[in-house]
Design a protein. Structure first.
Length: 181
């Protein structure tokens, strides 16, 4: 290689490295085995809420304008009714732009579980969610155990047994060790 080629390649590398610092960090999608990412979004009363600790959680990203999302809601309501008194929670994160659409749909469907509003889809993007519905089943220790894309019939025996199994698992508290200076 001649001197000009080496200089040109060096400049290309410098420019690419420099541009990488200007670009926002790529979103790392949440996968099975990851710790659930913390969230803070308004519920339908405007109070900021997140993912409950120490519970088995179905975290569901959805929208009122999404036919598959609308299709799975009745079985989600039944699932919640079945397990709500056993340490189970549903956190349904709506990505709708219009708050009123969410409120109306939630009332029509009798969705008694936690509904949060991600109007700008920031939390969805942070989770790597770009299609709806998309769900994450989180165990009592905050570990994502199952990631599901598309509409789910939540009352199928497969999901009932899976949630029963997770509810039977203990919460493992890892003691925090003090840092020595």
């Amino acid at each position: 290689m001649n001197k000009r080629t080496i200089i040109a390649l060096g400049l290309v590398v410098v420019v690419m490295v420099g541009m990488s610092f200007l670009m926002p960090d790529a979103v790392k999608p949440v996968r099975d085995g990851d710790m659930v990412k913390p969230i803070s979004l308004p519920n339908l009363q405007g109070k900021l809420e997140g993912i409950p600790e120490g519970k088995v959680v179905l975290l569901n990203f959805w929208a009122t304008w999404c036919p598959p999302c609308r299709e799975e809601v009745p079985s989600m309501v039944k699932l919640y009714d079945k397990f709500k008194d056993q340490g189970f929670e549903i956190v349904a994160v709506s990505v709708d732009k219009r708050y009123d659409d969410v409120v109306q749909f939630v009332a029509e469907q009798n969705m008694a579980f936690m509904v949060l509003h991600d109007q700008d889809s920031d939390v969805s993007r942070n989770y790597g969610v770009f299609r709806y519905p998309e769900s994450f089943i989180v165990d009592r220790n905050g570990v994502v155990r199952k990631h599901l894309g598309g509409a789910v019939e939540w009352m199928d025996a497969e999901y009932i047994e899976y949630i029963d199994k997770l509810l039977a698992e203990p919460v493992v508290k890892t003691p925090v060790q003090p840092v020595k200076l």
